[in-house]
Design a protein around this ligand. Structure first.
Ligand SMILES: [Zn+2]
Length: 424
């Protein structure tokens, strides 16, 4: 919220900036002599006598000063890889919840009362123009106020259950490297199956990994190479994030009042993998931004998001409970049902089944009439090219030692050297 600071607020902010600079210096001296950045409580023991003798503000104000000083020092160490004295420039101070009170006036304005000195209050009035203000101030309680010379930033603690209800519909999604397969469920029956391609993201990632490879090969100066690599990583992250933002906004606005069900994939990257898992799959796993996507859906959706266990989602048949076989990567064969299912779609059905069980509405797939009409959607169709099924083309990269023969393809990129190696 924007506001107009009064004289005494500005003086308070200036004093706090000085106090913060001083406490940071104290914390740095402590870290250099005692071998480690102190925690805020230890620092408060050192700073408090000085603070009390110098300022007549309420004694609680020393706590956020010490917390900020420790945080500043830690982030300086993280950014510079060494200890040093960070400069304090901004006029900003955190105020603990016991030192301010928010009241709503009759005319719709909101007043904040901040205790600067004991029994000496400062009042700030503003119009709550943030679109989430009503939702948050009703559901949550304020826990901290960040006071700057221009803005007031409130932090709320929300109880997750109070804030987000369970949706009427359910959409279960199986997130793969190249596509997101979803099954929608409403009114006790299966509604539809859909597939969103992630080709764009894979394209961006391939593009940037190629750029990085050529930087590693051709830029000799190590400092320049490191800088260039860092830049490409940042740009790649931004572009992937942007694509995911657009995709998640599209999905959430297409599914109002819907609870999304995902697999809880925490730890899949660290999990013990069999030796057969190749370099390419490991690379795909490491750059797969599933968690970013799930987070975006979670905060954009107005309903609660659920996570189910990912164990065995593509090895148990959701229709009959039998064991699934995978004659090919995209195929799930069930001996009991006697058919070949599409692996990704079937696992989204299994995720949906688990999500419904979690809601306390168990759903028997094979007994439902909607399953009989939807069944064909889940079958594996080898003829039809599906989105996101082709493996990315793997081009071996070799340094060209001696070119005997050059062959430039139609897109002008592929070079053939020594008669047998393909080089990019
Ligand atoms: Zn089956």
């Amino acid at each position: 919220m924007k506001y107009q600071p009064s004289e005494s607020i500005l003086k308070y902010l200036l004093d706090m900036r000085n106090a913060l600079a001083w406490s940071t210096a104290v914390a740095l001296a402590y870290a250099r002599t005692c071998g480690g950045i102190p925690n805020p409580i230890q620092l408060r023991g050192k700073v408090k006598p000085w603070f009390d003798s110098r300022y007549d503000y309420a004694r609680h104000h020393v706590n956020p000063v010490c917390r900020s000083a420790v945080a500043l020092l830690k982030s300086y160490r993280k950014n510079h890889k060494r200890l040093g004295l960070p400069q304090v420039r901004k006029l900003a101070m955190r105020i603990d919840s016991e030192l301010f009170r928010v009241t709503k006036n009759e005319d719709g304005m909101v007043t904040v009362r901040v205790t600067l000195k004991p029994f000496n209050y400062e009042y700030m009035t503003f119009a709550p123009c943030h679109k989430k203000w009503d939702e948050y101030s009703k559901a949550g309680k304020t826990c901290e106020l960040l006071l700057t010379d221009r803005k007031l930033c409130f932090t709320f603690i929300l109880e997750a259950d109070a804030c987000k209800p369970l949706g009427k519909r359910l959409v279960a999604s199986d997130i793969n490297f190249q596509s997101i397969d979803s099954t929608a469920f409403s009114d006790g029956k299966l509604e539809s199956v859909s597939c969103e391609s992630l080709k764009r993201i894979v394209g961006i990632q391939n593009d940037f990994s190629r750029r990085r490879r050529s930087l590693q090969l051709h830029v000799r100066n190590p400092a320049k190479r490191a800088r260039k690599l860092r830049e490409t990583r940042g740009r790649q992250r931004n572009r992937v994030r942007d694509t995911l933002q657009k995709l998640s906004t599209k999905i959430v606005s297409a599914n109002p009042s819907t609870t999304f069900v995902f697999e809880n994939l925490k730890g899949i990257r660290k999990e013990e993998k069999p030796r057969s898992v190749g370099r390419v799959l490991t690379m795909c796993l490491n750059r797969w931004p599933y968690r970013m996507f799930q987070n975006m859906i979670e905060y954009k959706s107005r309903c609660r998001t659920m996570y189910v266990s990912p164990r065995g989602t593509s090895s148990q048949c959701p229709v009959c409970g039998g064991k699934l076989d995978h004659p090919a990567w995209a195929v799930s064969r069930c001996e009991i049902c006697g058919v070949d299912y599409d692996r990704d779609r079937l696992s989204s059905l299994e995720i949906l089944r688990r999500g419904l069980r979690l809601c306390g509405r168990p759903f028997a797939v094979s007994a439902s009439a909607s399953w009989q009409s939807m069944k064909d959607e889940y079958l594996y169709a080898p003829g039809a090219p599906r989105l996101g099924e082709q493996a990315e083309p793997r081009l071996p990269t070799h340094r060209i030692e001696k070119c005997t023969k050059l062959h430039i393809s139609r897109n002008g990129f592929v070079v053939r050297a020594n008669g047998h190696r393909w080089c990019r």
